[in-house]
Structure formats: C-alpha cells, structure tokens
Design a protein around this ligand. Structure first.
Ligand SMILES: *Cc1c(COP(=O)(O)O)cnc(C)c1O
Length: 419
C-alpha cells in the first residue's frame, strides 16, 4: 500500500458517521446532531451510550416501541423461514394478514405495498379506474380533490398536488388531474365537486402540515357529501392510523367509514416498510391481474410483521394509552404556560406545539431538546411534534414536558427576547 493509500484508508476509518454521510450522501435531509445506535421501547441511545426519550417514533412508524420483543421475534422467526417470494406465488402469511387488516379497518379488501407513498399511489389509481369503469367519467378526465396542506409522500405524482412549494420546486412537469380545497371546510369540498370528480383524499388530522385537527364532525360531513355526490372518500391514515389518535383509525372517532384507506408507517411494526390500500369491494374490484403491483408488496416477512403489529394493536392497550397519555400530554403542556408557546393541539399521541417564530424556530427548539435528552423533529418550521411510541408512561411525558420547559429557557438565556 502506498503512503497516500494508507493515509486515505486511515482517514476513511477515522471519519465519523456524520462526516461519511455528509461526504457520500445526498443532502435531502438535515438531521439533528445525534448519532443513534440502539433503541429500546421509548428510548434511543447514541454512539456514546447517551439515552434519549423518543418523542417522534419515526413519524409514527415506531408506535409499538423500538425493538418490540413480540415483533422482533416474529421478524426473526419469519426471516429464517421465508422472507420474500414476490406475488407470483401464494404464501402462507399473506391471507391471514389481509384478513386481519380488513377486519380491523372495516374494509372489504386490502392491497399490500411497502411505503406510504405507494399506498397513496395505489389509492389514486383505484380512484381513477373506479371513476372510468364504475362512475362513467369520460376517458382521461377523472379529477381527484385533495386537501390543501396535505402530505402524502414524495413521488412525482404525489408532489403534483402538494401545497408545499419546496416539495415541488424543480421537479415538474407535474401529474395533472388534482385540485386542492381548503382543509376542514365541507362547503368548499362540496363546491369543488364536478361531474368528473372521482375522489377526495384527506388526512383525518394533517400531520406534516403541523398537526392540524379539523373542526368536530368534519369527517362526518365529508362522508355525507362524498356519498351524496358519488365520489370516493379516501382517508390517508398513513400517520393517523393504527392507534395513533386513540382509535384504530382516526375516522373511528366520528364513526366514519371511508371508501378507501391508506395505511403505512406503524403497519410495519417499526421494523419494515409495510403499507396497504384498503377499500370497499366495488372499488378494489377495478384491479385485474397485471394492473398494479410491487416486487416486495405483501412479502411473507412484511405480512407476518404487519399481522403481528395488528394483533398487538387489537389485544394491547395502545389505543387506550394514546387516548389517556395524549390527554395527559396536552394538559402537561398547557401547564408549561410559556409565552413562546402560541398553540398546543392534537389528538391522542399526535400533538403539535406551535412556537412563536419571534421567539425561535421550532428547529432551534428541537436542537435544544437534544441537549435535554429528548428527540423530536419540527414540522412546518414553527411546530414541535410530540408523537412518542404508544407505550409511553406518564413519568416519561413529565420528562419530555420538563425538557421542553428547559429547552425554551435555554434559548431565552442565550438570546433574551425584547419584552
Ligand atoms: C408519511 C406519510 C405518507 C408517506 O409515507 P412514506 O412511507 O414516507 O412514503 C403518506 N401519507 C401520510 C399522511 C403520511 O404521514
């Protein structure tokens, strides 16, 4: 080895994980300055062994806690048995997973995919084909309504209906056939529906938009309008689903059953990417063999873990915890009574704390929280997200809220705000 090669090899060895990411990764994320190595329930540990409370749970993907023993057991046993076959063959795991998924969501059929974005893409394809084959919309004319402020993933079609300029900037041309209506406003939805409208896709609580909870009875009103006007109501519950808001589906709070439903994130038990589009019989009936698919969608490993995650949700206290601890978190946050906090909102354990931008950016608060041993991520610049695993205990919520208090105080101390 030449001296130069030796020096290069040594440099490679001594570069930190952050340096390696910076040197070799694309710059599409800006992570907080912490290098994680291990997770256990609500706890994350960095490479120095320091412990953090996870108040984000990977955007709800880790609702059952890190390294949930039941799920890890299912994963490892299934990995040793049979992991991936493609859908060219039946497997012993897919049917039982789909059956449980349908039973727990009240849907007739489910189509498994991997990421949330793929589930939404599947919903879009189903809605368009339903419009042509069932509703009788002229070829190529189907229109899908979406809610302003939506987040449904990052594919080129999905960003085509995003209201976030950065998600779109430089990525056009965009997929046509989408129109956006204000979120939380049934009258605006009704007014936007035309003869070629196929569906309305809506998050029951908007997550990435900043944890926006719509007015009471919004979903019920949407359901009534969609039924009366013969368009599909598609609930994007990739983030709100599977116990996050205190019910299996956020739609359950209003007793609403959508025509189509997207799930993801927690469906993979915090271990894998497992998603699904679930729907009413006549909606899913539009798919014929060859219409749609995915190499990994519905693989035995994902199906086994997904089924185990659903079983945990059905038999465990996760929904109850989300309700009780969500209420407790909101109450504790309200008692912080800090002038920089201008709004606290949420449902279950999906909570947003809006920070006065004159005080600090939400990112700055998240940075300060790292020093206090709490991990979460800002959303939309001004909102600190609080969405821990659905296994969190009251004393851990106390810890998170005290840490937020100290984080705000440390920012204040560093740069006192003018009164
Ligand atoms: C995260 C999310 C998606 C996209 O899921 P990915 O797995 O990141 O593709 C879709 N819809 C909602 C509501 C989400 O929160």
């Amino acid at each position: 080895m030449t001296t130069a090669a030796r020096a290069e090899a040594l440099a490679r060895k001594t570069r930190t994980p952050i340096e390696l990411e910076r040197r070799h990764g694309a710059r599409n994320y800006d992570p907080l300055k912490v290098v994680l190595e291990r997770g256990e329930d609500v706890w994350l540990f960095d490479t120095a062994g320091r412990r953090y409370l996870d108040m984000m749970s990977a955007y709800s993907a880790v609702s059952f806690g890190h390294a949930n023993p039941t799920l890890v057991h299912t994963l490892t046993e299934q990995a040793k048995t049979l992991a991936v076959t493609s859908r060219a063959f039946h497997t012993a795991r897919l049917g039982p997973f789909l059956e449980r998924l349908c039973r727990m969501t009240g849907m007739d059929r489910a189509l498994p995919m991997n990421t949330g974005a793929e589930a939404v893409e599947t919903a879009i394809k189903a809605a368009r084909k339903w419009a042509y084959k069932v509703k009788g919309v002229p070829a190529g004319q189907a229109e899908i309504l979406v809610a302003a402020g939506n987040f449904a993933g990052r594919t080129t079609t999905i960003i085509s209906f995003s209201s976030e300029p950065q998600y779109r900037d430089g990525f056009g041309p965009f997929t046509p056939g989408f129109r956006s209506v204000p979120f939380g406003d049934p009258a605006a939805l009704e007014a936007a529906i035309g003869p070629n409208t196929a569906a309305f896709i809506v998050e029951p609580v908007q997550g990435e938009a900043g944890i926006i909870v719509p007015p009471v009875d919004y979903l019920r009103a949407v359901r009534e309008i969609c039924t009366r006007r013969n368009i599909l109501m598609i609930a994007d519950e990739v983030q709100t689903g599977l116990g996050r808001t205190g019910r299996v589906l956020a739609c359950d709070h209003e007793g609403v059953r959508p025509d189509g439903l997207t799930l993801g994130k927690a469906l993979g038990g915090g271990l894998l990417a497992v998603s699904a589009f679930c729907a009413r019989e006549d909606v899913m009936a539009v798919f014929a063999p060859g219409d749609h698919g995915s190499t990994f969608g519905g693989n035995p490993l994902g199906a086994a873990v997904g089924e185990a995650a659903l079983t945990l949700l059905e038999n465990g206290p996760y929904c109850e915890t989300a309700r009780a601890q969500g209420d407790y978190l909101l109450a504790r946050l309200a008692r912080l009574d800090h002038p920089a906090i201008i709004d606290i909102r949420g449902k279950g354990l999906l909570v947003g704390v809006e920070i006065d931008p004159a005080f600090a950016g939400a990112r700055q608060v998240c940075d300060a929280l790292v020093d206090e041993g709490v991990l979460t991520k800002d959303t939309h610049g001004t909102v600190v997200r609080m969405a821990p695993p659905l296994t969190i205990k009251p004393e851990q919520i106390d810890q998170a809220v005290s840490a937020l208090g100290r984080a705000l105080a440390s920012i204040e101390a560093a740069e006192p705000v003018a009164a």
